[in-house]
Design a protein around this ligand. Structure first.
Ligand code: AMP
Length: 443
């Protein structure tokens, strides 16, 4: 993660109690997004920030929020800070960060997400937390039931707004934002420039925002070695995965699948081995999800089999490796997964197992990221597929299906198959990589 070489936290005019909180975390220097967003926030602007997960964006919005509340003398019986995030895991992580950064402030944050008892949550809201961190669905339910008063909100944060839109929360987010006072300050964070839906949200919730576009997607992952391994089929992938976990299996690994069913199946397969294996997906009940994450975090080693619901918001330090058992359906999803490793400057490794039908998707993602993944053949688990024999300059196999009339169309490469996700901005909007080289081999 790139750190600013210039600014220090004590140059950001932060309250001394916050500087003390920062000392606890041993953050020496603000990250790029922190250096840019903290002063702009303290100055009072609405913000539209494009920053990746892993860039330090949580502290970038938490610190100015705490700062504002520290200086605020009003004592309303309702929250003054309201943070909306896409997933329960991310919400928990944000509350945890507020607890640490705000340790010397006496400011309190409360979690409002699904999967927790509604009435218990309502009772906690009556205790008048200073900040509420919520997922949109449950926040709207508590709001509609009259348990969440948004009338005193001074700062509204929409974190990972692009993801909230992808997850279908657009209307909920807008309703909740409109329930906050007009004079509030709003900061919207997004990992991507999003599409028209995001622009509509920006237009409706932000007032003359300052726009901070921080790291290009590729700047964020150079410390992560990214490899692809051709695989014949699912059975071959399983054999390769087992080999990797047994023979290169030190530390913690997240294995991503595209579906819940595949995650459950792999969980069963791996449990038969002598490994600490946890599974995490959206249909697990909240208690099981929390327990899986906590146990995985606590151990020195282990395997977490997860769907994309886990990709956002999990801040698992010392995560050594991400393995894509299935190739994600878009470049953004790939980044969100791979961003779990190599966090805050640590080196990391991402391995994608690619069956023949995933090769095109993989090369689309390479083009989107303007990065070539390192090809690696796992000799110990031989297979017949070694990648296409000949590839076009686009990276696609020669002879890959192409409609006749496509030939005359734009030479712009096709986007990765989007699944349910709305379209990304065109490639031209992505800042180019300075090197474009394959990442270094891991030691
Ligand atoms: P985030 O993007 O907020 O999820 O943060 C990603 C990771 O970077 C977390 O593990 C943070 O604890 C860590 N982090 C955030 N700010 C800093 C900083 N200024 N220096 C070092 N690590 C940081």
């Amino acid at each position: 993660m790139p750190l600013s070489s210039q600014t220090a936290f004590n140059q950001l005019n932060l309250h001394e109690r916050l500087l003390k909180g920062l000392e606890e975390l041993s953050f020496d220097q603000p990250t790029e997004v922190q250096s840019a967003a903290i002063p702009a926030s303290i100055a009072g602007s609405d913000l539209y920030v494009i920053a990746q997960t892993g860039s330090g964006k949580t502290a970038a919005f938490v610190l100015p929020l705490l700062q504002r509340l520290l200086h605020d003398e009003s004592k309303p019986l309702a929250p003054r800070g309201f943070i909306l995030v896409p997933t329960r895991e991310l919400a928990r992580q944000v509350v945890k960060d507020i607890d640490i950064l705000g340790k010397y402030t006496f400011l309190k944050a409360e979690l409002v997400t699904g999967g927790e008892d509604f009435k218990v949550q309502a009772a906690r809201l009556r205790k008048n937390p200073d900040i509420v961190v919520a997922t949109p669905g449950r926040a709207l339910e508590q709001f509609s039931a009259g348990n969440l008063d948004l009338g005193s909100v001074q700062t509204l944060v929409l974190d990972e707004a692009d993801r909230m839109l992808d997850m279908g929360f657009s209307e909920d987010v807008t309703t909740l934002a409109n329930a906050c006072p007009e004079g509030r300050q709003t900061a919207l964070y997004s990992a991507t420039k999003g599409n028209r839906g995001l622009q509509r949200m920006i237009d409706s919730v932000l007032r003359e925002p300052e726009i901070l576009e921080l790291t290009s997607v590729r700047d964020d992952t150079p410390a992560i070695a990214q490899q692809v391994m051709p695989a014949d089929d699912t059975a071959h992938k399983e054999a390769m995965l087992k080999w990797l976990l047994v023979n290169e299996g030190e530390g913690k690994t997240i294995v991503f699948t595209n579906t819940r069913v595949a995650a459950d199946r792999l969980n069963g397969v791996l449990r038969a081995m002598d490994l600490r294996v946890y599974v995490l997906h959206g249909e697990k009940d909240q208690k099981d999800r929390n327990m899986a994450v906590e146990r995985f975090k606590q151990g020195q080693s282990g395997v977490l089999v997860a769907t994309d619901v886990a990709a956002r918001g999990l801040d698992i330090t010392e995560l050594d490796r991400v393995i894509n058992f299935d190739m994600p359906r878009s470049g953004d999803d790939y980044l969100h997964r791979v961003g779990r490793t190599g966090r805050a400057g640590a080196s990391g490794l991402a391995i994608s197992l690619i069956s023949p039908h995933e090769w095109n998707l993989m090369s689309s993602i390479e083009r989107y990221l303007r990065r070539q993944f390192e090809r690696r053949i796992l000799k110990e688990v031989p297979g017949s597929f070694k990648g296409p024999k000949k590839v076009k300059s686009s990276g696609k196999p020669v002879g890959a299906k192409k409609k006749k009339d496509d030939k005359k169309k734009s030479s712009r490469p096709k986007k990765p198959k989007a699944g349910k996700r709305p379209s990304r901005p065109p490639e031209g909007q992505v800042v180019t990589s300075s090197d474009g080289l394959a990442p270094p081999k891991r030691k």
